[in-house]
Structure formats: C-alpha cells, structure tokens
Ligand binder design. Structure first.
Ligand code: P6P
Length: 335
C-alpha cells in the first residue's frame, strides 16, 4: 500500500509510477533520477553565476554558431558525464555537440535508452537573471542491444518519446516531466536537495489570454501571421481580447507559463528563416510531448510536431504550441 505523506520525492514518485507497468524494470525511473542529479548540479552553478567567474562568453562557438557561455559548457559536460555513468543510457545527442555521442563501454551498449537534451536553453538570459532551463527527452533505442547506438536511435518521431521534461531555473527550480501517464511537476527543496512533487497531474488549459512571440520579427512575418497578431490585439470582450503579450525569450520559461496559465507560444517561419529558429529534436519535440500529454497542442502550422520524421540532428521547425483552442484558431487563420 502506497504510504500517504505530504512529501513525495521524484524518486518515490517514479518508483510508484513504474509499479503501474507490470513488466517495467525501473530503468526509465533510474534515468529520470540521473537527469535530476545532473540538473541539481547545474542548478548549483546557475544560482551562483552572478558571483563566480563563470559568466561571460566561454570564447567557443557551438554547432549553432552561437557564442558559448561558460554555463552552457558546464551544463553540457555534467549531463554527458552523468548519463555516461548511468546504468541505462546508450548515448546522447546535445544542442552543443555536432554529432551524437555513443557510449562504447559494454554496460552502455546493453542499455535500452538514448537521451537528447538542450543543456541550458535561453542561456543568453543568464547575465540578466531571467529564467533559463534544461530540456530533455528519452527514447527507447531502435538499434540492436549490445551494439553502440547510432544516429537512427535519435532520428525518431516525437510520438515515440518515452519520457520528456524540462528543469526551469527560476524563482524556484522545478522539474516537469511527462510520460503517457501524464505530466507532473517537482519543486527542488534546497534544504534536502530533493525534487518534491508540487504540481500533480498538470493540465494545459484549453483556452488562455496570453500570446507569446518575438514581435520584433513582425516585419518578417507573412501577411496572414501579421493579421493573426492584429486579431490578438483587437478589442473583443466576448473572446477576452485583447490578449496580453508576454515574451521572456527563454522557451522553457515561456512554455512553463503557457502550461500553467494557458496561452499560445509561437516561433514561426519568416522571410529570412523558412523553418523558424527552434530545434525539432531537443526543443520542439520534448516541449510538444509535454504540452500534448497535458491536453494542449504543438504544431508547425502544417503538421503535428510529434508526427515529423526527423532528417537531421539539428533541424529547425516552426512551432505554434499551447492551449488547444488557441493553437487551432491561430492555425485556421494563418494556413
Ligand atoms: P529570439 C533561446 O536562445 C531560444 O533558443 C529559446 O529559448 C527562445 O524561445 C528563443 O531562442 C528566443 O529567440 O530570436 O526571440 O531571441
């Protein structure tokens, strides 16, 4: 009988969730615990970034051509190291690395899962103290056990995700993760160093009053998209418009607000970027999986994000994501 208590840690919660699957082996729970450990280590550095000399560009340029902040590098190295030593990860793919990293030790070759992540999304916000986050997703590998994993293990559709999640380093540090059993949020209790269940069975409201887009790009947007933005700003009490505009410029923070309060987040294509900016495999897929498991919707405007067959590791896609009714209304007006 599950003990009823006020405080349930991430490990306890995933343990009890595992018991709901009769042939589960607990490997996914172990992976989530390991990712939680890595993010606690990242959290420690993020919290003291203002004090320690780890602000400012690392001087390197990552595969995206973006200058790497030192915290980016640290977060990436921590996640790779923890997952390489995990009992259940065959390899990883990261926003910060050109290619996949296949772990070639015997234990990793026998592991069933691979992990993709953006180690520190929104890192340009570090030195202005805005919320940033780690985004991850876990897939069952398709390559043969006993071999090193390969690119095909990572180029899977988002609907194959076994678990997805993010950690937001904000006013409090929270992990939100989704499996087909639903979406749950855990707040880091710093005094005991544990992620504790704080937001059970999270649901994305079907409607909302917030639209989130970088309006600085408006002149580059298609006419239908500009018309939709005017719709958001038009006065209509019946449909609770004008909506409020909120844009933090950190996908994890903008989508955490969208998950809790409802709304729509958009990073569409424009006249200069036909696929928008955000990455399919380790940004749009995991966030769409979370939002859809919570009852919302994630689409490129032409197809569901989770149905896309990836063709390369760092491909970009346009994204409209959030409250189901708002996303459907936007897509009907724009496409
Ligand atoms: P822009 C952060 O760099 C990021 O990858 C996402 O977290 C965020 O949603 C987006 O880019 C912000 O991009 O062009 O508005 O600065």
């Amino acid at each position: 009988m599950k003990p009823e208590r006020h405080l349930m840690t991430l490990d306890e919660f995933t343990f009890f969730q595992t018991k709901q699957f009769k042939n589960a082996t607990g490997e996914l729970s172990t992976l989530l615990r390991d990712i939680g450990l890595a993010c606690k280590l990242i959290n420690k550095q993020v919290n003291k970034a203002g004090l320690a000399d780890i602000l400012g560009a690392h001087g390197q340029v990552n595969v995206q051509g973006e200058e790497q902040m030192k915290l980016d590098v640290f977060a990436n190295e921590v996640l790779i190291s923890v997952l390489k030593n995990s009992a259940d990860c065959a390899g990883v793919a990261s926003e910060e690395n050109d290619e996949i990293i296949a772990f070639d030790d015997e234990h990793s070759k026998q592991s069933k899962y691979v992990v993709m992540f953006d180690p520190l999304d929104g890192s340009s916000n570090i030195d202005v103290n805005a919320s940033i986050g780690t985004i991850f997703c876990i897939y069952k590998r398709v390559s043969e056990l006993g071999q090193t994993c390969n690119l095909n293990d990572f180029l899977q559709k988002g609907k194959n995700i076994m678990a997805s999640g993010y950690v937001i380093y904000g006013s409090s540090t929270m992990m939100v993760y989704a499996t087909r059993l639903g979406v749950n949020g855990f707040t880091l209790e710093q005094s005991i160093g544990e992620f504790c269940l704080s937001h059970k069975d999270m649901k994305c409201p079907d409607d909302g009053k917030i639209y989130s887009i970088n309006q600085g790009n408006t002149c580059k947007l298609s006419e239908p998209l500009q018309n939709y933005l005017h719709y958001c700003m038009a006065d209509d009490k019946e449909t609770q418009r004008p909506y409020s505009h909120r844009y933090i410029g950190s996908m994890v923070a903008d989508l955490h607000r969208t998950l809790i309060k409802g709304g729509i987040f958009m990073y569409p294509e424009d006249c200069k970027n036909s696929n928008g900016k955000l990455r399919l495999l380790y940004e749009c897929n995991p966030m769409s999986h979370i939002i859809e498991m919570a009852g919302g919707k994630g689409t490129t405007g032409r197809e569901n994000i989770l149905d896309i067959q990836p063709s390369e590791l760092h491909q970009r896609v346009p994204i409209y994501i959030g409250s189901k009714n708002m996303v459907e209304k936007a897509v009907s007006m724009i496409y």
